[in-house]
Design a protein around this ligand. Structure first.
Ligand code: GRG
Length: 296
Protein backbone atom coordinates (compact mmCIF):
# COMPACT_ATOMS: atom_id res chain seq x y z
CA UNK A 1 0.00 0.00 0.00
CA UNK A 2 1.41 3.38 -1.01
CA UNK A 3 1.22 5.47 2.19
CA UNK A 4 3.34 8.26 0.76
CA UNK A 5 0.67 10.78 1.80
CA UNK A 6 1.15 10.04 5.51
CA UNK A 7 4.91 9.51 5.44
CA UNK A 8 5.98 12.24 3.05
CA UNK A 9 3.26 14.62 1.83
CA UNK A 10 1.86 15.50 5.25
CA UNK A 11 5.18 16.22 7.02
CA UNK A 12 6.51 18.29 4.11
CA UNK A 13 3.15 20.03 3.63
CA UNK A 14 3.47 21.20 7.26
CA UNK A 15 6.99 22.52 6.60
CA UNK A 16 5.81 24.28 3.42
CA UNK A 17 2.83 25.76 5.22
CA UNK A 18 5.06 27.16 7.94
CA UNK A 19 7.33 28.75 5.33
CA UNK A 20 4.39 30.13 3.32
CA UNK A 21 2.84 31.45 6.52
CA UNK A 22 6.04 33.37 7.27
CA UNK A 23 6.41 34.64 3.69
CA UNK A 24 2.82 35.92 3.70
CA UNK A 25 2.71 37.20 7.26
CA UNK A 26 -0.19 39.59 7.73
CA UNK A 27 0.95 42.95 9.07
CA UNK A 28 -0.95 46.23 9.44
CA UNK A 29 -0.27 47.34 5.87
CA UNK A 30 -2.90 49.70 4.39
CA UNK A 31 -3.24 46.92 1.75
CA UNK A 32 -3.41 44.04 4.21
CA UNK A 33 -6.53 42.63 2.51
CA UNK A 34 -4.15 41.44 -0.22
CA UNK A 35 -2.29 39.30 2.32
CA UNK A 36 -5.59 38.08 3.78
CA UNK A 37 -6.76 36.88 0.37
CA UNK A 38 -3.36 35.35 -0.47
CA UNK A 39 -3.31 33.46 2.84
CA UNK A 40 -6.92 32.35 2.28
CA UNK A 41 -6.00 30.91 -1.10
CA UNK A 42 -2.73 29.17 -0.31
CA UNK A 43 -2.54 28.10 3.35
CA UNK A 44 -3.70 24.76 4.71
CA UNK A 45 -5.17 23.31 1.53
CA UNK A 46 -4.08 21.57 -1.65
CA UNK A 47 -2.03 18.44 -2.16
CA UNK A 48 1.24 20.39 -2.56
CA UNK A 49 2.15 18.02 -5.39
CA UNK A 50 4.48 20.37 -7.25
CA UNK A 51 6.54 21.59 -4.26
CA UNK A 52 6.75 18.05 -2.92
CA UNK A 53 7.99 16.80 -6.28
CA UNK A 54 10.80 19.36 -6.06
CA UNK A 55 11.72 18.30 -2.53
CA UNK A 56 11.49 14.55 -3.26
CA UNK A 57 13.51 14.80 -6.48
CA UNK A 58 16.14 16.84 -4.65
CA UNK A 59 16.29 14.07 -2.03
CA UNK A 60 16.64 11.35 -4.68
CA UNK A 61 19.45 13.36 -6.31
CA UNK A 62 21.19 13.80 -2.94
CA UNK A 63 20.76 17.57 -3.14
CA UNK A 64 20.28 20.06 -0.31
CA UNK A 65 16.63 19.84 0.78
CA UNK A 66 16.90 23.11 2.72
CA UNK A 67 17.76 24.84 -0.56
CA UNK A 68 14.62 23.38 -2.15
CA UNK A 69 12.10 24.87 0.31
CA UNK A 70 11.85 28.45 -1.04
CA UNK A 71 11.83 27.34 -4.70
CA UNK A 72 9.10 24.83 -3.75
CA UNK A 73 7.07 27.69 -2.19
CA UNK A 74 7.54 29.74 -5.38
CA UNK A 75 6.05 26.87 -7.40
CA UNK A 76 3.06 26.61 -5.08
CA UNK A 77 2.52 30.39 -5.42
CA UNK A 78 2.45 30.14 -9.22
CA UNK A 79 0.14 27.13 -9.07
CA UNK A 80 -2.22 28.91 -6.66
CA UNK A 81 -2.27 32.07 -8.78
CA UNK A 82 -3.22 29.95 -11.80
CA UNK A 83 -6.09 28.35 -9.87
CA UNK A 84 -7.39 31.74 -8.63
CA UNK A 85 -7.39 33.20 -12.14
CA UNK A 86 -8.77 30.00 -13.70
CA UNK A 87 -11.76 30.15 -11.31
CA UNK A 88 -12.70 33.73 -12.27
CA UNK A 89 -16.04 34.37 -14.03
CA UNK A 90 -14.15 35.31 -17.24
CA UNK A 91 -12.56 31.83 -17.29
CA UNK A 92 -14.12 28.73 -15.66
CA UNK A 93 -16.40 30.64 -13.29
CA UNK A 94 -16.04 28.18 -10.40
CA UNK A 95 -17.57 28.76 -6.97
CA UNK A 96 -15.50 26.25 -5.01
CA UNK A 97 -11.81 25.45 -4.88
CA UNK A 98 -9.87 23.38 -2.37
CA UNK A 99 -13.09 22.67 -0.46
CA UNK A 100 -14.15 26.27 0.10
CA UNK A 101 -15.50 29.27 -1.84
CA UNK A 102 -13.15 30.53 -4.55
CA UNK A 103 -11.24 33.76 -3.87
CA UNK A 104 -13.58 35.91 -6.00
CA UNK A 105 -16.55 34.51 -4.04
CA UNK A 106 -14.96 34.96 -0.61
CA UNK A 107 -13.53 38.42 -1.46
CA UNK A 108 -14.41 39.90 -4.88
CA UNK A 109 -13.27 39.67 -8.49
CA UNK A 110 -10.79 42.53 -8.32
CA UNK A 111 -9.19 41.06 -5.21
CA UNK A 112 -8.97 37.65 -6.86
CA UNK A 113 -7.24 39.14 -9.91
CA UNK A 114 -4.80 41.13 -7.76
CA UNK A 115 -4.14 38.24 -5.37
CA UNK A 116 -3.18 36.08 -8.34
CA UNK A 117 -0.94 38.87 -9.65
CA UNK A 118 0.66 39.23 -6.23
CA UNK A 119 1.45 35.50 -5.89
CA UNK A 120 2.84 35.48 -9.45
CA UNK A 121 5.23 38.38 -8.89
CA UNK A 122 6.14 37.38 -5.34
CA UNK A 123 7.15 33.89 -6.53
CA UNK A 124 9.91 35.43 -8.66
CA UNK A 125 10.96 37.81 -5.89
CA UNK A 126 11.50 34.97 -3.39
CA UNK A 127 13.42 32.95 -5.99
CA UNK A 128 15.95 35.77 -6.44
CA UNK A 129 16.66 35.67 -2.70
CA UNK A 130 16.45 31.89 -2.11
CA UNK A 131 19.12 30.78 0.43
CA UNK A 132 21.76 28.02 0.01
CA UNK A 133 21.95 28.60 -3.75
CA UNK A 134 24.42 30.36 -6.04
CA UNK A 135 23.43 33.37 -8.16
CA UNK A 136 23.71 31.10 -11.21
CA UNK A 137 21.28 28.57 -9.74
CA UNK A 138 18.78 31.32 -8.83
CA UNK A 139 18.95 32.67 -12.38
CA UNK A 140 18.32 29.20 -13.83
CA UNK A 141 15.33 28.73 -11.51
CA UNK A 142 13.87 32.06 -12.68
CA UNK A 143 14.45 31.04 -16.33
CA UNK A 144 12.75 27.67 -15.89
CA UNK A 145 9.77 29.05 -13.97
CA UNK A 146 9.16 31.91 -16.39
CA UNK A 147 9.43 29.60 -19.42
CA UNK A 148 7.19 26.91 -17.95
CA UNK A 149 4.52 29.29 -16.67
CA UNK A 150 4.59 31.61 -19.72
CA UNK A 151 3.33 31.69 -23.31
CA UNK A 152 4.92 28.38 -24.35
CA UNK A 153 3.87 26.69 -21.11
CA UNK A 154 0.98 27.14 -18.71
CA UNK A 155 -0.49 30.38 -20.10
CA UNK A 156 -0.32 29.16 -23.72
CA UNK A 157 -2.02 25.97 -22.56
CA UNK A 158 -4.75 27.97 -20.85
CA UNK A 159 -5.35 29.99 -24.06
CA UNK A 160 -5.68 26.78 -26.10
CA UNK A 161 -7.99 25.36 -23.42
CA UNK A 162 -10.19 28.46 -23.50
CA UNK A 163 -10.40 28.40 -27.29
CA UNK A 164 -11.25 24.68 -27.30
CA UNK A 165 -14.38 25.22 -25.17
CA UNK A 166 -17.50 24.14 -27.09
CA UNK A 167 -15.24 22.90 -29.91
CA UNK A 168 -14.43 19.40 -31.12
CA UNK A 169 -10.71 18.80 -30.77
CA UNK A 170 -8.52 15.81 -31.56
CA UNK A 171 -6.71 13.66 -29.01
CA UNK A 172 -3.40 15.15 -30.19
CA UNK A 173 -4.69 18.73 -29.73
CA UNK A 174 -5.94 17.85 -26.25
CA UNK A 175 -2.63 16.20 -25.35
CA UNK A 176 -0.64 19.24 -26.48
CA UNK A 177 -2.81 21.74 -24.65
CA UNK A 178 -2.66 19.69 -21.44
CA UNK A 179 1.11 19.16 -21.67
CA UNK A 180 1.39 22.96 -21.78
CA UNK A 181 -1.34 23.86 -19.28
CA UNK A 182 -0.82 21.25 -16.56
CA UNK A 183 2.39 19.43 -17.47
CA UNK A 184 4.58 22.54 -17.55
CA UNK A 185 4.53 23.25 -13.82
CA UNK A 186 5.13 19.57 -13.04
CA UNK A 187 8.15 19.67 -15.36
CA UNK A 188 9.29 22.89 -13.66
CA UNK A 189 9.04 21.16 -10.26
CA UNK A 190 11.37 18.37 -11.40
CA UNK A 191 13.74 20.70 -13.29
CA UNK A 192 14.00 22.82 -10.14
CA UNK A 193 15.39 19.82 -8.27
CA UNK A 194 17.92 19.13 -11.05
CA UNK A 195 19.15 22.75 -10.80
CA UNK A 196 19.26 22.75 -6.98
CA UNK A 197 21.17 19.43 -6.99
CA UNK A 198 23.56 20.40 -9.81
CA UNK A 199 22.47 17.31 -11.77
CA UNK A 200 24.24 16.43 -15.02
CA UNK A 201 22.62 17.24 -18.38
CA UNK A 202 21.86 13.53 -18.97
CA UNK A 203 20.12 13.17 -15.61
CA UNK A 204 18.12 16.38 -16.18
CA UNK A 205 16.94 15.13 -19.58
CA UNK A 206 15.95 11.73 -18.19
CA UNK A 207 14.07 13.42 -15.35
CA UNK A 208 12.23 15.70 -17.78
CA UNK A 209 10.96 12.57 -19.62
CA UNK A 210 9.77 11.21 -16.25
CA UNK A 211 8.08 14.58 -15.56
CA UNK A 212 6.31 14.41 -18.92
CA UNK A 213 4.85 10.97 -18.12
CA UNK A 214 3.63 11.85 -14.64
CA UNK A 215 2.27 15.23 -15.80
CA UNK A 216 0.30 13.50 -18.55
CA UNK A 217 -0.95 10.81 -16.13
CA UNK A 218 -1.90 13.51 -13.60
CA UNK A 219 -4.16 15.23 -16.13
CA UNK A 220 -5.82 11.98 -17.26
CA UNK A 221 -6.63 11.11 -13.62
CA UNK A 222 -7.82 14.69 -13.06
CA UNK A 223 -10.29 14.22 -15.93
CA UNK A 224 -11.44 10.86 -14.52
CA UNK A 225 -11.96 12.33 -11.02
CA UNK A 226 -13.93 15.22 -12.51
CA UNK A 227 -16.54 12.60 -13.47
CA UNK A 228 -16.19 9.98 -10.71
CA UNK A 229 -15.45 12.18 -7.66
CA UNK A 230 -16.45 15.80 -8.38
CA UNK A 231 -17.33 16.42 -4.74
CA UNK A 232 -13.90 15.33 -3.44
CA UNK A 233 -12.21 17.25 -6.22
CA UNK A 234 -14.17 20.51 -6.38
CA UNK A 235 -16.57 20.43 -3.44
CA UNK A 236 -19.56 20.31 -5.82
CA UNK A 237 -21.66 17.41 -7.08
CA UNK A 238 -21.19 18.33 -10.74
CA UNK A 239 -18.44 17.70 -13.28
CA UNK A 240 -17.02 21.12 -14.08
CA UNK A 241 -15.59 19.92 -17.41
CA UNK A 242 -19.07 18.81 -18.50
CA UNK A 243 -20.60 22.09 -17.31
CA UNK A 244 -17.98 24.05 -19.24
CA UNK A 245 -18.39 21.76 -22.28
CA UNK A 246 -14.72 20.85 -22.48
CA UNK A 247 -13.12 17.91 -24.24
CA UNK A 248 -11.28 15.66 -21.77
CA UNK A 249 -9.45 12.33 -21.94
CA UNK A 250 -12.66 10.74 -20.66
CA UNK A 251 -14.84 12.25 -23.40
CA UNK A 252 -12.28 11.39 -26.12
CA UNK A 253 -11.13 7.94 -24.95
CA UNK A 254 -13.86 6.70 -22.62
CA UNK A 255 -13.34 5.90 -18.95
CA UNK A 256 -11.68 2.50 -19.35
CA UNK A 257 -9.14 3.53 -22.00
CA UNK A 258 -8.35 6.72 -20.11
CA UNK A 259 -7.53 4.65 -16.99
CA UNK A 260 -5.41 2.25 -19.10
CA UNK A 261 -3.49 5.18 -20.58
CA UNK A 262 -2.73 6.52 -17.08
CA UNK A 263 -1.59 3.05 -15.92
CA UNK A 264 0.72 2.75 -18.95
CA UNK A 265 2.19 6.18 -18.28
CA UNK A 266 2.91 5.12 -14.70
CA UNK A 267 4.85 2.06 -15.95
CA UNK A 268 6.73 4.22 -18.43
CA UNK A 269 7.56 6.78 -15.72
CA UNK A 270 8.91 4.06 -13.43
CA UNK A 271 11.08 2.64 -16.23
CA UNK A 272 12.58 6.09 -16.74
CA UNK A 273 13.37 6.35 -13.04
CA UNK A 274 15.11 2.99 -13.09
CA UNK A 275 17.52 4.29 -15.73
CA UNK A 276 18.72 7.09 -13.45
CA UNK A 277 22.15 6.70 -11.83
CA UNK A 278 20.61 7.00 -8.34
CA UNK A 279 20.74 4.48 -5.49
CA UNK A 280 17.11 4.67 -4.52
CA UNK A 281 14.31 6.04 -6.69
CA UNK A 282 11.47 4.47 -4.69
CA UNK A 283 10.35 7.83 -3.29
CA UNK A 284 9.65 9.17 -6.79
CA UNK A 285 8.11 5.85 -7.86
CA UNK A 286 5.71 6.09 -4.89
CA UNK A 287 4.77 9.67 -5.79
CA UNK A 288 4.14 8.60 -9.40
CA UNK A 289 1.89 5.81 -8.09
CA UNK A 290 0.06 8.29 -5.85
CA UNK A 291 -0.63 10.52 -8.88
CA UNK A 292 -2.38 7.64 -10.64
CA UNK A 293 -4.21 6.16 -7.62
CA UNK A 294 -5.29 9.38 -5.84
CA UNK A 295 -8.95 9.99 -5.09
CA UNK A 296 -9.02 13.81 -5.19
C1 GRG B 1 -5.19 31.18 -15.44
C2 GRG B 1 -2.82 31.65 -16.21
C3 GRG B 1 -3.86 30.69 -15.87
C4 GRG B 1 -3.58 29.41 -15.96
C5 GRG B 1 -4.49 28.38 -15.51
C6 GRG B 1 -3.29 25.09 -14.57
C7 GRG B 1 -4.34 26.04 -14.97
C8 GRG B 1 -3.95 27.07 -15.91
C9 GRG B 1 -5.57 26.01 -14.47
C10 GRG B 1 -6.05 25.02 -13.54
C11 GRG B 1 -7.31 24.44 -14.02
C12 GRG B 1 -7.36 23.03 -13.71
C13 GRG B 1 -8.31 22.66 -12.62
C14 GRG B 1 -6.60 22.17 -14.39
C15 GRG B 1 -6.62 20.74 -14.15
C16 GRG B 1 -5.36 20.24 -13.54
C17 GRG B 1 -5.03 20.97 -12.31
C18 GRG B 1 -3.97 21.97 -12.41
C19 GRG B 1 -5.67 20.66 -11.19
C20 GRG B 1 -5.41 21.30 -9.89
O1 GRG B 1 -4.19 20.85 -9.38
P1 GRG B 1 -4.11 19.99 -8.04
O2 GRG B 1 -5.04 18.81 -8.13
O3 GRG B 1 -4.71 21.03 -7.00
O4 GRG B 1 -2.69 19.69 -7.74
P2 GRG B 1 -4.39 21.24 -5.46
O5 GRG B 1 -5.55 22.07 -4.96
O6 GRG B 1 -4.30 19.90 -4.79
O7 GRG B 1 -3.10 22.00 -5.39
Amino acid sequence: MNNIVETYFKPYAAILDKQLDALLEERPFPYQSLFKAARYSILGHGKRLRPILTIATTEVLNGNIQAAIIPACALEMIHTYSLIHDDLPCMDNDDYRRGKPTVHKAFNEAHALLTGDFLLTYAFEILTEAPHLTEGQRLKLVQVLSAMSGAHGMIGGQVMDMEATNQEISYEQLRFLQVCKTGSLITAAIEFAAIISNASHEVSVQLSHFAHDIGFAFQIIDDILDVTAPEEKHGTKHSTDQQNNKATYVTLLGMEKAQQAADQLLQSAIQKLQQLPCNDVSLLANIAEFIVTRKS
